[in-house]
Design a protein around this ligand. Sequence first.
Ligand code: SAH
Length: 345
Amino acid sequence: MINILDLTLEELKNWMKLNGEKEFRAKQIIDWVYKETWEFEKMSNIPKATIDKIKQEFFIGIPEIIEMYKSEDGNTGKYLLKFNDGNIIETVLMKYSYGNSICVSTQVGCRMGCKFCASTLGGVVRNLTSGEIIGEILAVQKSINERISNVVLMGSGEPFDNFENVIKFLELVNCSYGLNIGQRHITVSTCGLVPKIKEFADKKLQVTLAISLHAPNDHMRKELMPIANKYSIQEIMDACKYYINATNKRITFEYALVSGANDNIECAKELAKLLKGMLCHVNLIPVNEIKENVFRKSTAKRIDEFNSILKSYGIESTVRKEMGADINAACGQLRRKYLDEKSGV
Ligand code: SAH
């Protein structure tokens, strides 16, 4: 069975043609799906014979919301979603003054092994398809009855470890017949898979690329992120310059501040020197503390100092506002908690 959300309009039209149906049925069906009718029988302008044929081949892969937590201020919602094979993922909704933003997962689990991250604790289970990532958005959008206008690929998983599906997702989410979310409203975050950064640059999309850097040198980065053993910071910087040349887009560098690990003044200076002259922005994130590791967040004073040093070197930087800490909204935490509870840990 095929998840109908995995198909572009063109692909569904082709299927119609090959199966002796009228091509325009494809658009009608896709319109129903994006208007949140998720049972083929309820698509009232489609003949029953066509529906019967479609049902033999397709299903509408909207994940089931099994739990939903709202932060106290009401601005963050964390969703546990279940796909039809039983796999659980999490998705976070953030309400901003400029609109609703969703943080989607791209894999069930993750195999990158970053030391501070909860998503990677059980490794990767499987990739999500493009349609499943679309399904995350549709499920949440329906539950709030409001449009979602921004997407960040910063949930569980490494987007560039699931490259083809993520690229197709970016195409689908952008389509005028679908969710119609502009590329400039989308951010893809990677831990730094260098060849894929270049491949991504060659696609010349207008989405924002975020790089999880988290350290100013290889030695320190290796302590936090195993991927640093494969690609050096120099290689990442070269790939970033290639990306900037190809797209003319500013890169975001994410830097999670971990007390006593990567937050001293020397680190800030080293980071500033590394990024000097680059078209970029640094996002400082007080590390989200998880029970499975010893990493603790830097003090507010240290975060301010770090930020000021970057600015004094002319590097644009902001401290990410912490949202949803009261509902385990950090990457992978909620799924972890759910799995632990089920297995009685
Ligand atoms: N795999 C991708 C995207 C998913 S994680 C990546 O590595 O970029 C999204 C961001 O959250 C990354 O910058 C990641 O390093 C960061 N992150 C993960 N766990 C965190 C934690 N406990 N505290 C703060 N940031 C965290």
